[in-house]
Design a protein around this ligand. Sequence first.
Ligand code: ADP
Ligand code: MG
Length: 591
Amino acid sequence: MSSGRKLPFGAWGAAAFVVLLVGVPLVAPQFWVTLGNYIGLYSIVALGLVLLTGVAGQTSFGQAAFVGLGAYTTAYLATTYGVSPWINLLVGLVLTTLLALFNGVLTLPMRGHYLPLATIAWGISIYFMFGNVDFLGGHTGITSIPALNLFGLELRNERYYYYLIWAIALAALWTSNNLLDSRPGRAIRALKGQGQMAEAFGVDTVRLKIVVFVYAALLASVSGWLYAHLQRFVNPSPFGINQGIEYLFMAVVGGAGSVWGAVIGATLITLAKQVLQDVLPTLLGRSGNFEIVVFGILMVVVLQRAREGVWPWLARLLPVREPPPVPAAEPLALRDRTLLAGPLLDVRAARKRFGGLIAVNDLSFAIHAGEILGLIGPNGAGKSTMFNLISGALPLTSGEVVFRGESIGSRKPFAIARRGIGRTFQHVKLIPQMSVLDNVALGAYLRGDAGVLRAAFKLDRAEEARTKAEAARAIERVGLGAHTHAAAGSLPLGKQRIVEIARALAADPLLLLLDEPAAGLRFLEKQELAALLRQLRAAGMTVLLVEHDMDFVMGVTDRLVVMDFGEKLAEGLPAEIQRNPVVLEAYLGGI
Ligand code: ADP
Ligand code: MG
């Protein structure tokens, strides 16, 4: 078998998956069909958690409550009022959306461990509600739920039901995978730890977190609906906080970074639980839920040893496909570049106070269209603070920042980005596992409008092709064409800084703000950066360059503003500044 024409593992894997998926109900004993059904149901819930927790970084222990919501809605309506399960599905989705919105609006702006705690509280309270509300049957639950009827076929047989569950699971995998590879998907991937960066490119992060929360809740609700009509009875026990933890465990063990992690995790945990429930009591000679102890230990080991879960290990066996070149597409619309009278940006007596420290003290300067203005000064002079006052990352204490005649001083970063100000970060903020292409495409976020629904059903492809082509052009423009498909985190720091410039360019800015782009660069890299800046100026770009390194700045700027202790020390042409004794004194004194 060493002919070299071996079928690659990926093809074998895919073929085995399909054969297994289609074949199980045809030949396997009932027991395996039941397991297959549960794995499908769990995969749907875990998939929501892959997006919510794995990709977007928002931990939820409360998913089982949404499963219960879907299950109880159809159980109650079908048994009490005889409503068709298919209508109940819609009612359940609407109820879930409303509750998830309410819950999300309250909890998602929370940071750190408050969100997980809030989801625990929510999970517990819904569980008690199921058990204590009379019309939901208390702890006995609701029985005699009708079987589903699909095209006149009654799905009483678990073997048929299996196909329905897996058709829905595969559809959910498909939509989720589409979503991740899209305009909102790139923004969702930034939610985990890169919210500030995403905001600077126009992403409303709180709103997006709520959207992902609702998406995950809807998947859970569908799973609950399927569960109710499979079991044909419901009681509160499968919707408690234990199950919520288990769902999270599935997503983490499978690999919370890929949609396949959900299926792998649901399969592993379900099988492991089955085996442990059989083996442990025999081994220990007494009955009890010992598998929970083993799971607890396993969870700790996974978090210690394999943060990314099992999926990346499997993915390594898959063939690496060379990504195709990005196809050309019609360019995205450009901004109105009409030159207005007066400076492009006018900073008027800007002041920023941090407690007792005045970091920027009534600073005034202007940037004219087409020039590269250097803002320099010793460490701690207040350059970054001034930069953040312009980009909206910090609010002004007093004074004004006027961009194209409009005062923008009190606006949020994404509102400022929308007006045509692009920025880079002093400490590089890229999404390391994501390709350079996707990172740069995130810069063009405000130039598209595809939302979650369009993306999930692949109705965004025309806009997506144009965005990718635009991103590829920005990458070529900064000379990183050879790295288009590389993971951004795999590039050396100097190149990562250049990727940040490409990302800002993809936003089609009128003004580019660069905070210490030369920091940490080697001599040659600095020269390349200088050449890039000259080339941008030749193309008509306006740049504010904040720099500590005087030598670097001298060669590339048209004009300089020198700051020290928050105030303007001098302003003029580079050659004048270089000879200015006050400036030299400040720099020498500062070292
Ligand atoms: P530069 O970028 O020129 O090195 P910064 O703008 O970062 O200077 O800092 C100017 C001064 O403001 C420093 O004394 C710094 O310690 C202080 N500073 C900056 N940011 C904050 C903050 N968020 N809170 C309090 N003090 C700050
Ligand atoms: Mg700084």
